[in-house]
Ligand binder design. Structure first.
Ligand SMILES: Cc1cc2nc3c(=O)[nH]c(=O)nc-3n(C[C@H](O)[C@H](O)[C@H](O)COP(=O)(O)OP(=O)(O)OC[C@H]3O[C@@H](n4cnc5c(N)ncnc54)[C@H](O)[C@@H]3O)c2cc1C
Length: 391
């Protein structure tokens, strides 16, 4: 038996649910499939996000907000802190309960008319004349074909949908942050701020984080470049980080995962197909944050998919409107984040300490990468050669 939808979305993470809802809002008949039996679980995320990024897509709900944070603390390798509290910026944010947040996004999509199927895994694509025409899916061991005008691959960092359509989504080891994270309970953790720890001893090519989750708990994690990690190294380093900084912590959960930190990816559409979110490497290469970008890209992709269906033109050229809009919206900042990351990972701990010392006493107005770079240049005019193309 074969079914058909206007749009089939593979993967019910933030990118997929927002894309599905956006397409349904424009009148498309949409199916959203998720291979897991529970949307949002298990969580592979530190769950931090700017408040304004959430508000763009869904009204805040205390059920999925674990903590509200009023600022950042960045700690240099020698322990020098740089704190930014309460300055106006979208960077001040929430720590989510993603198990509930992802489910809320999917429920919202359902309320807009999307059909959802869990425990349903895409195992291949239907193609004709070189174009994608639907999805082969598996549910409880049974295969099933669903035709679609457009398939949206929102299947995360391990995306297969893109590769099935001939898009090279492979990531080199130097373009992945390999992460380990623990949910810990420790009453000593500052619940009002997200903390970042830099340094080649702590996390080579990455950073460690402590994000509060309320009820005296926090996500404590560490990400390091795949090219600098061997086997279980991130978890070993995380254990050391926790035992040194939070010796009394009780560990409630552990997990490992990966974040794309590559140059922004082009060529994210094909005939009848679009990629969104981590599947299209849309997270910030500097911070690893990907929830907001996944939702922003999903909103554009879903809208363009529905319009293409209405126009009866789902060619690569027509769907490229999504890629153009995406790069207009985020291309510049994604590129800047990647260049900054590429330069940061080459710094020694002494250089990192020097930069952080130079920023002491700065009154930040905004918590933005651009503002940090501007102050870095003001305090270190010799860095003009290092920063001029980024400002
Ligand atoms: C350790 C860690 C910490 C992070 N911390 C943060 C943070 O604090 N803030 C932030 O913004 N970002 C963070 N990120 C990144 C963030 O989690 C991702 O960028 C975000 O989840 C991307 O959303 P997505 O919808 O593209 O993909 P995902 O959330 O990965 O969703 C993809 C979905 O597709 C499903 N799927 C996969 N294959 C198939 C298939 N064949 N058939 C059906 N379904 C399929 C998966 O089960 C999954 O539900 C972190 C990532 C990691 C690993």
């Amino acid at each position: 038996m074969s079914e058909s939808y206007d749009v089939v979305v593979v993967g019910a993470g933030p990118a997929g649910s927002i894309a599905a809802r956006a397409a349904a809002r424009e009148g498309a008949r949409v199916l959203l499939i998720e291979k897991r039996q529970t949307i949002g679980d298990p969580v592979r995320c530190a769950e931090g996000i700017a408040k304004e990024a959430v508000h763009r897509h869904i009204d805040p709900d205390p059920r999925w907000i674990a903590a509200e944070v009023e600022g950042f603390r960045i700690v240099s390798p020698d322990g020098t802190p740089l704190e930014m509290r309460g300055v106006s910026s979208g960077e001040v944010g929430y720590v989510l309960e993603r198990k509930l947040f992802d489910r809320a996004l999917a429920s919202d999509a359902v309320q807009h008319g999307v059909d959802v199927r869990v425990k349903t895994r895409a195992v291949g694509l239907l193609r004709s004349d070189g174009a994608v025409r639907g999805v082969v899916m598996e549910h409880l061991g049974e295969r099933h074909e669903v035709e679609a005008g457009v398939v949206i691959g929102a299947d995360g960092i391990e995306s297969k949908v893109g590769r099935w359509a001939g898009i090279d989504t492979r990531l080199a080891l130097k373009d992945i942050d390999v992460c380990a994270q623990m949910l810990v309970h420790d009453p000593s953790i500052d619940q009002s701020i997200c903390q970042f720890y830099l340094g080649n001893e702590v996390a080579p090519g990455g950073y460690a984080w402590i994000f509060p989750k309320g009820n005296e708990c926090a996500n404590v994690g560490l990400g390091m470049l795949g090219s600098r990690s061997n086997g279980g190294l991130p978890m070993q380093r995380l254990r050391r980080f926790v035992s040194e900084r939070l010796p009394k912590a009780n560990i409630l959960e552990v997990m490992v995962g990966g974040v794309p930190v590559s140059e922004p990816m082009h060529g994210i559409v094909a005939d009848g197909l679009m990629l969104v979110g981590d599947a299209a490497h849309q997270s910030s290469a500097l911070t690893g944050g990907g929830i907001a970008n996944a939702m922003d890209a999903g909103a554009i992709a879903g809208r363009v998919a529905a319009a293409a269906i209405a126009d009866e033109d789902t060619s690569r050229e027509r769907l490229s409107e999504y890629e153009r809009e995406w790069f207009e919206l985020k291309g510049k900042s994604l590129k800047r984040d990647w260049v900054v990351k590429e330069r940061l990972v080459k710094l020694t701990d002494e250089q990192l300490n020097g930069f952080m010392h130079s920023l002491q006493g700065v009154e930040f107005r905004e918590m933005h990468v651009h503002e940090i770079l501007v102050h870095l240049l003001k305090r270190n005019p010799k860095l003009l050669w290092w920063l001029k193309d980024l400002l």
